[in-house]
Design a protein around this ligand. Structure first.
Ligand code: ZN
Length: 158
């Protein structure tokens, strides 16, 4: 199980807790991404993939996979044009692109999906598609018990 939880006391999220939450988030994301790459390199993703969201042309938009830390999400790298970048946070661009601007790196997280509002999906053909986290959760419930490579685990988003 997860070894990077933060104890939140009765006083709630205090100023002291925030840096620990941030550090834990970074650790959690690093571990999830490392695990995804490990599975991919071992050609073992299919055995751990719960859902795969793709664009109509076949690009991977989002992988949902299982880890020892729980269900994880993986967003592949993608490129954004100047126009598409216009609404993005400059700080996010600086830290989450390889060129400081357009080439967004891949990322992963084991953040419990029920605590998320939305997963934003991107590829060369789909820009900022808003996938409500509740839809991911509902789809996970639908496919629970199906074999890992079942067709219902593949979702083409329009
Ligand atoms: Zn695409």
């Amino acid at each position: 199980m997860s070894d990077f939880s933060v104890e939140i006391g009765p006083e709630g999220i205090t100023r002291e807790v925030i840096p620990r939450l941030a550090a834990n988030m970074a650790t959690r994301q690093r571990r999830a991404l490392a695990r995804y790459k490990e599975l991919r390199d071992a050609h073992d993703l299919a055995g751990h993939r719960l859902l795969a969201y793709r664009c109509p042309r076949g690009c991977l938009l989002l992988d949902v996979f299982d880890t020892d830390d729980g269900t994880a999400l993986y967003w592949p790298r993608h490129r954004r044009s100047d126009a598409a970048n216009a609404g993005t946070d400059p700080k996010a661009r600086a830290t989450r692109t390889t060129d400081g601007d357009h080439q967004w790196i891949d990322r992963a997280d084991t953040l419990a999906i029920m605590f998320m509002q939305t997963a934003w999906l991107n590829c060369d053909h789909v820009l900022d598609l808003h996938l409500p986290a509740a839809e991911i959760v509902a789809r996970l419930e639908q496919v629970a018990g199906l074999p890992r490579r079942h067709a219902d685990r593949k979702v083409i988003v329009q």
